[in-house]
Each structure stands twice: as structure tokens, then as C-alpha cells.
Design a protein around this ligand. Sequence first.
Ligand code: LLP
Length: 422
Amino acid sequence: MDHFTYRNGILHAEDVALPEIAAAVGTPFYVYSSATLTRHYRVFEEALAGMDHLICYAMKANSNLAVLKLLGDLGAGMDVVSGGEIARAQAAGVPGSRIVFSGVGKTRAEIAQALSIGIRQFNVESEPELEAISEIATAMGTSAPIAIRVNPDVDAKTHAKIATGKSENKFGIPITRAPEVYARAATLPGIEVIGIDVHIGSQLTELAPYEAAFTKVADLTRTLRAAGHDIRRLDLGGGLGIPYTRTNEAPPLPFDYGEVVRRTVGDLGCQIEIEPGRLIAGNAGLLVSEVLYVKEGEGRRFLILDAAMNDLIRPAMYDAHHDVLPVVEAAPGIAPEPADIVGPVCESGDTFAKGRAMPPLAAGALVAFRSAGAYGAVMASEYNSRPLVPEVLVRNDHFDVVRARPSIEEMLSRDTIPSWMG
Ligand code: LLP
């Protein structure tokens, strides 16, 4: 459920009409609904109710400080993957005790940074990383709480670029080797083994892969406990998918995911962590853009927008589908016509949709990409020297610009011409 609805034929974010925001900030822009973010966070809270748990929002999905502050104030922890993300979580007021640090390539500086803020836990992805954390923690006179990310060799049945739980993926330690690696970890100074971590992929639309992975983690918990390890926390990762269209079959609900958690690992007495990103932020955001030109091509019509692949890369990168809604609803009885929806960037990959049924739109019309709150703004670039688009957060009938559009001068000011060039 989201809070983007038509009222009197105009698409609103909560109680704010999108054309009002467009008039104030210009297009394109991202807009997020605080009520939707809150609702999605609470749905996970309800799904895990009665279990000792912490929801560590995977902030890679949308790391705007206002989004982090909103979720942090609701009690969320954060799943971070870089020193930059640690800094963002802290800037949003989230304490180290609620931050988990994932990722296959943590630098020594990032490890030290995490230790210095009292990180809740490192999700360790390899043996060399384990040795590095041990060395750095020992040198700092402290001890690092760690979970080891195991790779359960489970097919998440999602897009190949975002599947992470098969043995051919770069993530985690093969689950079959886990007992050996935990034994090594137990001997290392500066390491405190506290749990197990698993994350099998993103945009999962079935529960069976979770069931398979969590069952393997439950078995491993018993094996490791029998070998004397105090396994008291399980991080089950993120990945629950969202509906990208209103017509297709909906992915499983967080409640049913919670039941899988309960059924597979609920009786182990472990604290549970989960790391949802997309489900919290994805359908809490839109990308709003203006039609610049309607071009009649050879047998096809192009809607040329002022948003491009640099603003929302998902269609170009994953062939992802995003619904595109007219901000002003078409009058009843007007038949949709197929259109290719494209951006101004100079490559054919800058295509958001082909042959999409759209109402007839004229230059100047606004359109909104749904499901753009996750992996939208965070994956944007300035390709073609297009400044990053602004981000707006709506609450009831009020909106705030939570990231301003940089001026062209600001963009240029980051480059320098060496003095030898005169
Ligand atoms: N935890 C870990 C360790 C992860 O690597 C990820 C996502 C998550 C949690 C959150 O997964 P989520 O709940 O958001 O599915 N850019 C891609 C998605 C990449 C996901 C990477 N890892 C996209 O636009 O579809």
C-alpha cells in the first residue's frame, strides 16, 4: 500500500498535488511519502512481533538523510556497506549499536571507523577479512563482534545481477566450510563471534528460497553451538520483492515472510536481524518528469522526457519495468496508445519503456515513475553532465526539499584544471 493516489484526476503524494511540487522545484524530481515509509517499516515490525529482533534498513536502497532520520526515529537499525554509509547513519542519529556492516570489500580504514563507533556487528565475507578485522581490533585494543556471512548455495530465482546466494556469486563463505571458519575465528584475538549472517538476493518473489536458506542456517546454528560457539544472533538479510506493476501477481507479504522466519529459526532463542531495503523504500517514491517532446517516428511514437537513464538506471541496467503514470489522469473513454518512453541521453539504452500503453500526452505533461524510491536516486549519476535531480519528502499536506538540485556551477566546481595548462 502506498500514499500516491489520484484526487480529482491529479496524482498526489499524500495530500500534496504533484504539479505543486513541480512548480516549486522544477522537473525531474524524486518524491517520497513519509507515511508510506513509516507504514512499510511497521509492516516488518508486525511481521516479527513477539520475536527479539532488529530491522536494519539496507540504506543502499535510499540513503537520503531525511529518509534515514525518519526510519531511525522509528527504531530502525541500519545495514551499511561503506564508510560513507556509516557516516550517513550517524548523521541521521542512528547509534553504532544499531548499525551492521556488510560488504565483501571493507577497507582497513572503514573497519577502524566501524570499530571506533562501536559497531553492532561486522558481517564478515571472507577469511582474509576476518584476519584483517582481528588485527585492527587488536591494535585498537578492542574486540569486534562478528557474524560470518554464509553462502547457502540457494537459487533466489531473481535477476542474475542481484542474486547473491549461489556458490558462483562472490558473497559469503560456502556454508559447507563454515564450521572450519568459525573454529578459526574463535582462536583469533580481537574477534567475538556472535552470530551467522545470510543474504541470498534482492527482489525475491517467492518464499521457498528463504525457507531453504533459513533452514540451512538453523542447522548450522545447531552444529556451531555443539562445537562450543555462542551463536546468539541471526542476520537473515533482506531481499523481499515488491510489486512493480499493479496488474501482476503480488510478491509474498512481509507477514508470510515473518512466518517463514518463525518456522525455520524461531525456536533457536536467537535475536533476529533482517535487512530490508527495497520493500521499505521502493513503493514509497516516485520519479516525476516532464514530457519535452512527442515525436512521431517510423511506426512508433516517442515520449521524450526530461528524465534520463542517469536519473533512473534500473530499466537500462536490469531491463526493469516501472509503471509510468500520467500526473493528470486521462479523461474517461480516451484510449491509450503505445509509446516508447525515452530520455535525452545520447544512447539508445536510454529507454524507460517500449510500446507502453499511455494516454495521449502533449509536451509539458507530467509523468510519474512508480516504485522509484529504492535504487533510484542512490544510483543516479551526472552522465551527460546532467546535475543530480532533487529529492522531496512529503508529510501530509507539506513537502520539504531534502536534497536540492545542484547548480551547473556547483557541478563544475568539483573539477580543476591543472595550472600547467595555463
Ligand atoms: N542486505 C545485503 C547484504 C544486500 O546486499 C542487500 C541488497 C540488501 C540487504 C537489501 O536488499 P533489498 O531488501 O533491497 O532487496 N540495485 C539493484 C538492487 C541491488 C541489491 C543489492 N543488495 C536494483 O535496483 O534492483
